[in-house]
Design a protein around this ligand. Sequence first.
Ligand code: SIN
Length: 525
Amino acid sequence: MKMQTDILILGGGIAALQAARRLSMRFEVHIITKADLTASSSYKAQGGIAAVIAASDHTSLHIQDTLTAGEYHHHEENVKSLVEYGSTAVRKLLKEGFPADHSLQGEISLGLEGAHSHHRIVHAGGDATGKNLVDYYVNALPKNVHIHTYEFAYELLLNGAGECCGVRVKTKAGEKTYFASYIILATGGAGALYEYTSNCPDSYGDGIALAYLAGAAITDMEFIQFHPSLLYVDRVHGLISEAVRGAGGKFIDEDGHAVMSGKHPLGDLAPRHITAYEMYKMRDQGKSVFIDITSVKNFNDQFPTIAKLCRNHGVNLSAGRIPIAPGSHFLMGGVIANSVGETTIPRLLAVGEVACTGVHGANRLASNSLLEGIVFGESLAVHLLKSGTAQSDFIPASASKKESFQPCLTKEDLQREMSAHVGIVRSEHSLSKMLSKLPSLTLHPDFSCKSREEIELAFMHITAALITNAALSRPESRGAHIRLDISEKKQDWEQRWIVFQEGIMKVRNDLYEHNQIKEHASPIL
Ligand code: SIN
């Protein structure tokens, strides 16, 4: 089956919905998602949307917090846009009726999370901000936005001019091909490459693999954020929001001792890579870790989603502690995109977690991701509304010779190996070991007779290989990239981006300029 439209969006999180809502003013929009609209990190987001709303707060402080948490590995102009436009956009959202939580006095209630110098987290339903936000957007979508669930995109099509002009998908009923003037990747991250994750269980980094195979430039794959607190009862079951610590929760060990005491000036609200590393070290020594919630007022009312999650897994909240473990949470890297979503492939755009615009640096500031979706979903749409043109060439260029690509690990083995060798901590030894388990990457895999599950597994291998290669190639520790063999930051690796494209890895000193340092250009292993 074939279909042609103006705009095709892959993914159904907040970045996709924000773009769709605006683009529908002029264009026919189709959204396709591999599951349904509740299966996104946006929908699962608990904490909220970071934005400068309070009179006592200032955008310069939010910018500073973002840069400090991400250890200055940013595109500062884009950070400025995120924070400044974000403040305006979130105020507008509140004014138009988004049901954010308010205090009894009728003021907007602003939460606190790790590494923020101010209370600035807008939340809804206590800890159900993502669900409320997604529902709010979906309910307002006009008729010319069509949603197709359970459709899995497995190949981006380029025409003879090298422009993206379509997508091949697998549905429950068979195959479909969509052609569109613009294709927008909003497929989210890759948390499910690891055993423990807060992400949806099929968050395999599909969008990264799709874009890489189409020839787009990808960067910052070594920067994977691990969240310090996922509910742990035999295995992990979901997030215990940082907002719990913002409301007085504390990390404790099994004897009740404060784990973060003396570890960082911000203690329990230190940047996430620091708290996650501390929790990892405790568990690595065979110790259990908990969040002590005895100082959190009205826990059940403030955090109804978390309270229910705990109850469902037999955690007795009146005992005052929640067992936790760290797990993968967010990918700072992704498909290189500018502030209006343009990638290195004409007519292919990327927005949200799948994109890398340099706003998160080496470690994302808490609650900056819903903000990113709102801000860059909007700027992408505004750009296309102004300057979008219809595609006239929908003929895919004849495919180059296809090669077989045989994933060699099962899904579970890949998740285990990634956790063991490319997880919260890495070293040259562990990364080389992981690489030796992965097949070499091919640029033209033959997926013609493969099932959705086989292709997903291939995508997992591709994304895992990019992460591992990047982590091996950055010989320093910075933000969420913690190398046990090289624990310090290196001056000559400041503002360096490891970029993958067409089988080659380069190191650039600007996110956007093709200014690679020659001695660092090499084939991807
Ligand atoms: C949380 O609620 O702890 C997660 C928020 C985020 O990742 O931004």
